[in-house]
Design a protein around this ligand. Structure first.
Ligand code: SAM
Length: 284
């Protein structure tokens, strides 16, 4: 642990890092909490961790203290760079920071994986782009992907949508996509008061590990289309909501063994995967 580093409150004062809404900045200042989040990511000793938005470096310090071999971070706000430079020095250059927008980053290129290293993603994501980043990582063409896990802070309502099961209001596109491609759970609930400034809503950390595809013949674009149409009119029966697909909806549901009067929120991830496969077959 780099004890020579000042507490985060002092870092924020010294480098004048007043939180800006436009950057989605709500900082974690409790290093016990950031270490707890870092531990959710797993055994970090051989891991290179990609962190989006280190800000003043609370989670970054947690990851390094918990033994991450290296942390590679992308931060949009240039005001944070001197504070992060201080962390890098205190931890023998195990931290590398790039300035930019994480939505545009080619992660494997900046991570420079060496033999024997496991790549992971851990971030307290900015609220304004968190879901977009998750979708970027969940919709990679190559699966399994380059990362072994995602440990991500979201607003609690978004975290609940990611882990939601059929039959609940939160179940939707994000749940199907995440649970098709991995095992996911809520690992830590974090109250709004843990952040500076405190946001209006509570947050939660999710942990995701990629799994092999439920059915490798299913294409992402077919699954996304079927799910989008089904949840686009979630109160309607599937025979109506899937009518806009260029195949016969009743036949599609029949061949997939799904009762045509079901609604999107009633059917499982496996059912959606089957629908996507049969949709593809019917188009061939
Ligand atoms: N990790 C820090 C913590 O836990 O205290 C800060 C988290 S704060 C919720 C989000 C961080 O992401 C901010 O530092 C913000 O400047 C940065 N950020 C916002 N949009 C970004 C983007 N598109 N790419 C990279 N960083 C971004």
């Amino acid at each position: 642990m780099a004890t020579e580093l000042p507490p985060l409150r002092e870092v924020i004062r010294e480098f004048d890092l007043r939180a800006k809404k436009s950057f989605g900045q709500n900082f974690l200042l409790d290093l016990n909490l950031t270490r707890k989040i870092a531990r959710v990511a797993g055994d970090l000793s051989n891991s290179v961790v990609y962190e989006v938005g280190p800000g003043p470096g609370g989670l970054t310090r947690g990851l390094l203290d918990e033994g991450a071999k290296r942390v590679v971070a992308v931060e949009m706000d240039s005001r944070c760079l001197p504070a992060l430079e201080q962390i890098s020095k205190a931890y023998n250059d195990r931290l590398t920071v790039h300035q930019g927008d994480a939505l545009d980053v080619d992660e494997p290129e900046i991570l420079q994986q060496k033999e024997g290293e496991t790549l992971r993603i851990a971030s307290n994501l900015p609220y304004n782009v968190g879901t977009m980043l998750l979708i970027k990582w969940l919709t990679l063409d190559r699966w399994k992907p380059w990362f072994a896990s995602l440990t991500l802070m979201f607003q609690r309502e978004v975290a609940e949508r990611i882990v939601a099961k059929p039959g609940s209001k939160a179940y939707g596109r994000l749940s199907v996509l995440a649970q098709w491609r991995g095992k996911v759970r809520i690992a830590v609930n974090v109250p709004a008061a843990a952040f500076t400034p405190a946001p209006k809503v509570a947050s939660a950390v999710i942990h995701f590990e990629p799994i092999d595809p439920i059915d490798p013949t299913v294409r992402l674009k077919d699954l996304e289309l079927v799910v989008e149409r089904a949840f686009g009119q979630r109160r309607k029966m599937l025979r109506a909501s899937l009518k806009s697909l260029p195949v016969n909806a009743t036949e599609l549901l029949d061949r997939a063994n799904i009762v045509e009067t079901s609604r999107a929120e009633d059917i499982s991830v496996e059912d959606f995967v089957r629908l996507a496969r049969i949709y593809r077959e019917m188009q061939a």
